[in-house]
Write a protein that binds this ligand. Structure first.
Ligand code: 5GP
Length: 177
């Protein structure tokens, strides 16, 4: 409980970003605090070292930071789920709805090919409506990997996004706010 409070206090609120009325959770103040970053990564390592993962997949772009650091700690590979148009190889893509309009995420078709039925953890910094993670989870299943769990540092509980993602796999959130 003390550790969670420390982590929560290392994240700052930025008002009216990216637009008026939104309170943005800024995790850069957790990342540049070595005690906070280390505490978080050790917590994630302790949880996932027993999971026999083959890969950690991270969502563009803050999911890359935590996902890549965790993959290295667990001695497994890292796979990026990117916003449309960024990955150079053959991709599969998944459209999802935003407040206004659509967005798309992509994954390399052969990202998990080295390992049959690869055990994959999907990670991002924050879940709001769950739209992004829901699309990312679909991608991982579409390329025939085994989505073992989906993990977030922050869960904006009032938006209830967790439910959507739970259709695909167990969801683990560290800080529920
Ligand atoms: P969702 O698709 O669940 O509505 O939105 C989650 C995605 O938007 C995540 O990729 C997350 O990084 C980003 N996001 C939305 N709001 C915030 C926020 O307040 N802080 C941070 N750090 N990311 C956010």
């Amino acid at each position: 409980a003390k550790d969670k409070e420390f982590l929560l206090n290392s994240i700052r609120n930025i008002y009216d970003f990216p637009k008026e009325g939104i309170v943005f959770k800024d995790i850069t103040t957790l990342l540049n605090n070595k005690e906070a970053f280390n505490l978080l990564m050790t917590h994630l390592e302790d949880r996932y070292k027993e999971y026999n993962l083959d890969y950690v997949a991270g969502i563009d772009s803050r999911g890359f930071i935590f996902g890549a650091a965790l993959a290295d700690r667990l001695n497994v590979g890292f796979v990026p789920v990117r916003k449309k148009g960024k990955l150079p190889g053959t991709t599969v893509c998944e459209k999802y709805e935003l407040e206004y309009g659509f967005d798309e995420v992509e994954i390399h078709l052969d990202a998990f090919n080295e390992k049959k039925d690869a055990r994959v953890l999907l990670i991002d910094d924050l879940i709001a409506t769950g739209g992004t993670a829901n699309a990312a989870a679909k991608l991982i299943k579409n390329v025939k990997a085994n989505l073992v769990e989906v993990c977030f540092l922050l869960n904006l509980t009032f938006l209830d996004g967790k439910k959507r993602v739970e259709e695909h796999a167990n969801v683990y959130t560290i800080l529920d706010i």
